[in-house]
Design a binder for this molecule. Sequence first.
Ligand code: SF4
Length: 445
Amino acid sequence: MNDRITDTPAPKVSFVSLGCPKALVDSERIVTRLRAEGYELSRQHQGSDLVIVNTCGFLDSAKAESLSAIGNALKENGKVIVTGCMGAEPESISSAYPDVLAITGPQQYESVLDAVHRALPPRHDPFLDLVPPEGIKLTPRHYAYLKISEGCNNRCTFCIIPKLRGDLVSRDAADVLREAEKLTAAGVKELLVISQDTSAYGLDIKYAASRWRDKEVRAKFLDLASALGELGVWVRLHYVYPYPHVDEVIPLMANKKVLPYLDMPLQHAAPDVLKRMRRPASQERTLERIARWREICPDLTLRSTFIVGFPGETDEDFELLLQWLDEASLDRVGCFKYEPVKGAPANDLAAPVPDEVKEQRWHRFMQAQQKISARRLKRKVGTRQQVIIDEVGPSVAKGRSMADAPEIDGAVYVASRRPLRVGEIATVKIERADAYDLHGTAVGF
Ligand code: SF4
């Protein structure tokens, strides 16, 4: 064994990951590479040799959070490298914090690593610093995000992601599937498929086929979903727009090949607002489509997000949204008050909605949806649900059914006569529902 290596402490890096699941995947990649090079990771800025802050620049409030995280890191440690979405506008960081060591943009893994190498050279020994084959997951071991593409071809007027991350760049299907296989081999029980627009997957590479196991798999939404469905783990699809070809995936959900769950950010229902937002698939007849999906797959859970107070949103537009919401009867819904994002074309649209009107609309929206969500949840009382366990407590474990994505949806609280393990999937009899969560007892393991 090499004495020099055992005598020298490993360089220690503290990592802050802000923003959406997509940013989390970027963080995981950086962290995996750092670990492979022999860096040690710490949760504490103090005592670390360096801090990396992966920023989010989507909304002004996220930017403020990122800037404050950079400020804290500088105060507590002093050596700070900034990466992520805010790195696309380096002046906004360097003007506030001229002392940061380096600023790199989103997905610039190599540049982040170069900056780390310059500030804190690696102490690498491939025999000592082995990385688990699935990489380092910042999410718990039993679930992992699987990023299938970067960037976006849409140009929603409130969004600067295409500016920050560029047009759609899809990964080969075989590449995605190999990563998924490695994750499941390492114990991951649930894969969360993410991208900016999952239903557009493969468009940029003309749906090219690549070889996985003994067959060719096209880089197509349906083909990828069905190949992932062969892995025998939960597969959850996020950021899917209601294009007609999404219909094809519903039978896979009815057969539980992939989870009967669609995260479909719709943002509004009024045609004029959708037009001004320049939303993808806004012309599709979404209500009819949802009704058909539910006929094919009655257990389908639909999650969505909406924006109220978008410039030019009239009272009629808002009433139409509420009416739509009632008819669609979605299971899980998030709602944001419109916030102008620097550099977004929507800022130049006429008729901004006053803050107090935004606030009122947001409250009305949330009240309306809460009733719908509670009604949908109540239907589950008396049923048996498969529940994946996230946390165990002394008497009750906390988990999620197929209808609940981690971090954004509700939970299932499970009483059990035998201790449950994190990552285990138990059959749970649902006894009670409140506004967001379910409660029940494990009846099968
Ligand atoms: S679909 Fe629209 S909101 Fe989503 S990343 Fe693309 S441009 Fe932004």
